[in-house]
Design a protein around this ligand. Structure first.
Ligand code: IMP
Length: 420
């Protein structure tokens, strides 16, 4: 396996956790390169069902080194809770490393995320409320605290006190009680002590892995439509979930990433606000949501559901140059006689297949083709050739409109329910 990036090609929640879990069985190193505990990667395997927020999905492979990369923002307390939960379930977590250059996601970031959303009122972004945006904002405005800073306790306490003093004004403006610097520092230092020497400079590890041809997997969070630069700004996350972001966020020179797997659901889902052209209305959406259990893994929010949007997936392909696609949840569509499939947007009397900017996208009307459905269950199907004819035609249509071949097809939640 060369260096492989697994990234989302839609609005997030495409099923990257499952695909990464599968590929991680063959990987030596798995790296989360952006985001924080806004992620909710659902993994179903022989150990049970897990929702991973910060820990790379490679944690179930005892031989893989799992890195929370320098491009992430890390809530150390949440990370420790997640590790403790895995340990309770018999998963060994000694192979986890946290990049010392990653930024700390501090309690004030969580508070500000929620307060900012409240202040935005009807213009709210629908964030996960985990503090990810404010943590990246501090990073970019050069106020962030990096993970390695916990090593010098006296200096760290000063930094926390200083930053809290600054943040106090923000919290006060929102009418919120100030946070106690000592309590905040104690909490973070305790979590850092639990992690101990698992906080490291990850660059030498990554360099050694590249020099020894180790199999490296880069695990993305979210999808292209929520990318800070190319998504539906401002309804985006504060980092770059694209393969380009993987290079910087993991510390892998771009030329080493030779395989980019774009994960797409056979339909579309989104949590949070912003335009979502193929969204299903009312009862139709409710039915699919229930059938596919489409609820946010981090927030429990009902996900918005829609038909497959080839404009969005092609937009993602243009930005990522997928070497292959992994289509997930194909089984869920096995309930329709006909399946609407969006091939373009009608805008101001013309048809486009380019992704317009957000305010224009709000006006886009999807142009649908009607593809034949299949009503047979897919369980037990062992390869693509044995799928019902209509399901095969559906996959071929995805390949044709996106422009990338499909390498994997998910037909159920378990690791084994994947056609390769
Ligand atoms: P944030 O990343 O919490 O700031 O949220 C920004 C946007 O990304 C919101 O629309 C969230 O609902 C969405 N988002 C963040 N993380 C995930 C995820 O793991 N899956 C799906 N949507 C997400």
């Amino acid at each position: 396996m060369p260096v492989t990036a697994v990234v989302g090609a839609q609005w997030g929640d495409e099923g990257k956790g499952k695909i990464t879990d599968l590929l991680a069985q063959e990987a030596d190193v798995v790296i989360r390169f952006q985001g924080g505990n806004n992620a909710g990667h659902t993994v179903v395997n022989q150990h049970g069902t897990f929702k991973l927020h910060l820990v790379p999905s490679g944690i179930f492979n005892p031989n893989a080194l799992c890195i929370v990369g320098p491009g992430t923002v890390v809530n150390l307390q949440v990370l420790c809770e997640e590790l403790a939960n895995l340990e309770r379930n018999g998963i060994r977590t000694g192979n986890l490393r946290v990049a010392d250059r990653a930024h700390l996601l501090m309690p004030w970031h969580v508070a500000i995320d929620r307060l900012d959303e409240r202040e935005r009122g009807r213009q709210k972004l629908g964030t996960t409320g985990q503090g990810v945006g404010p943590a990246y904002a501090d990073k970019v405005s050069r106020h962030g605290i990096q993970v390695y800073e916990v090593r010098d306790e006296r200096r760290f306490r000063e930094r926390v006190a200083h930053e809290l003093e600054r943040q106090k004004k923000v919290l006060e403006r929102y009418g919120d009680a100030p946070l106690d610097a000592k309590a905040v520092a104690d909490e973070v230092l305790a979590a850092a002590a639990t992690l101990g020497d698992r906080i490291v400079d990850t660059l030498p590890l990554v360099e050694r892995a590249l020099q020894t041809d180790a199999r490296i997997l880069l695990e993305g969070q979210l999808g292209a439509m929520r990318d800070l630069d190319w998504g539906i700004y401002p309804y985006v996350t504060s980092s770059n979930p694209l393969a380009g972001g993987a290079s910087v966020g993991a510390g892998i020179p771009p030329r080493y990433i030779t395989k980019v797997i774009g994960v797409v659901k056979a339909y579309s889902t989104a949590v949070g606000e912003g335009p979502f052209p193929t969204e299903m209305a009312g009862g139709e959406g409710d039915a699919l949501r229930e059938r596919a259990n489409e609820y946010g893994a981090t927030t429990g929010r009902p996900r918005r559901v829609g038909w497959f949007d080839a404009v969005a997936a092609r937009h993602a392909h243009r930005l990522n140059a997928f070497t292959e696609l992994a289509v997930t949840k194909l089984d869920v569509l096995g309930a329709y006689r006909e399946i609407p499939f969006c091939v373009g947007y009608e805008l101001d009397g013309a048809l486009t297949t380019d992704m317009p900017p957000t305010a224009v996208l709000e006006r886009a009307v999807p142009r649908y083709e009607k593809l034949a459905g299949w009503c047979d269950p897919l369980s037990g199907v062992a390869d693509r050739a044995h799928l019902p004819e209509a399901a095969r035609a559906y996959l071929s249509r995805i390949e044709a409109v996106v422009g990338a071949p499909i390498g994997m097809v998910g037909i159920g939640p378990e690791r084994s329910a994947t056609l390769l």
